[in-house]
Design a protein around this ligand. Structure first.
Ligand SMILES: Nc1ncnc2c1ncn2[C@@H]1O[C@H](COP(=O)(O)OP(=O)(O)OP(=O)(O)O)[C@@H](O)[C@H]1O
Length: 277
């Protein structure tokens, strides 16, 4: 059903936002059912979603509604029971190398330096060493880690560890960055700062991002579109284009009437299942 684009995975030094538009991720009629013993859990039902190139899409939904499963399907780590997913027009049939994944916990190798952790991605993929070192240094600068190249993970704060994890996920220039509750383990202030950083990085690079979060404020502040999922079996119940200024000052955005309108509506939809943020 999905035509191949002919473009190589991970290619394209120019930011996605500067390339012609078009779908980056296409999710068509996706169902996922898990079998455990004699029980079947219907995790996702009839998911239809398109993520445009250069778009920042956030997904909010109650616990257990299948948000992580959806990200895993996009990355090719979980196979759908029905339906199809394509990245840049090429069907996702197994683990994809053209995605970057950031998880809630940074999961750094504690015997390697910050830079060594980032370069691990290149070693696993057999990328040219000199190119990878240059790219790692650029990413460390972009995420404010310059000066911490040789720091060991235990010497880094939670926020800095998550920055290393972000650099590691971006090293191979993935077409799409998937983030699963990346700031969930951080304290409130660090989380706010990481939101500001991530938004700044997205504004500068124009990469395609899909972010799963429990924080309504985070979902709306960061995204160009927010999707709300309903409880199991997970399905999309509503989408909100976030029509706020491209460059978003944090304090000003939180006071913006449109931001408040969208966050209230998302909270209403999530009802009592949404934790306060
Ligand atoms: N590998 C698996 N085997 C069996 N059941 C699974 C598996 N992975 C997920 N599930 C079930 O699928 C449903 C959706 O799980 P998922 O982790 O995707 O939800 P979520 O919305 O990300 O939850 P949370 O917000 O709590 O992280 C849950 O009922 C979960 O127990």
């Amino acid at each position: 059903m999905f035509a191949k684009t002919g473009e190589g995975a991970g290619s394209g030094a120019e930011p996605a936002a500067h390339r012609p538009g078009g779908p980056m991720v296409e999710i068509r009629g996706v169902d996922v059912a898990f079998r455990t013993g004699d029980r079947t859990v219907q995790a996702l039902s009839s998911i239809e979603l398109t993520v445009e190139r250069g778009e920042f899409l956030s997904i909010a939904g109650p616990s257990g509604c299948g948000k992580s499963t959806l990200l895993r399907v996009v990355a090719g780590l979980t196979s759908p029971t029905a339906g199809e997913v394509a990245l840049r027009g090429s069907p996702v049939l197994g683990p994809r190398r053209d995605v970057g994944f950031v998880f809630q916990r940074a999961a750094l190798l504690d015997w390697r330096t910050a830079r060594g952790n980032i370069l691990f991605q290149a070693e696993m993929r057999g990328l040219p060493k000199a190119w990878a070192r240059k790219r790692a240094d650029e990413l460390m600068e972009l995420t404010g880690l310059t000066g911490f190249e040789k720091a060991m993970p235990f010497e880094l704060s939670g926020g800095m560890q998550q920055r290393v994890s972000l650099c590691r996920a971006l090293l191979h220039e993935p077409d799409v960055l998937l983030m699963d509750e990346p700031f969930g383990a951080l304290d409130a202030l660090t989380r706010e700062n990481m939101n500001i950083e991530l938004r700044r990085i997205w504004e500068r690079t124009g990469m395609t991002v899909v972010l799963v979060t429990h924080s309504v404020a985070e979902a709306v502040y960061l995204a160009s579109r927010t999707v709300v999922m309903g409880p199991r079996p997970g399905r999309v119940i509503e989408e909100f284009p976030v029509e706020l200024p491209g460059h978003r000052d944090y304090e000003r955005t939180l006071k913006n009437a449109e931001f408040q309108r969208i966050t209230s509506r998302v909270r209403e939809l999530l009802g009592s299942t949404a934790p306060a943020d």
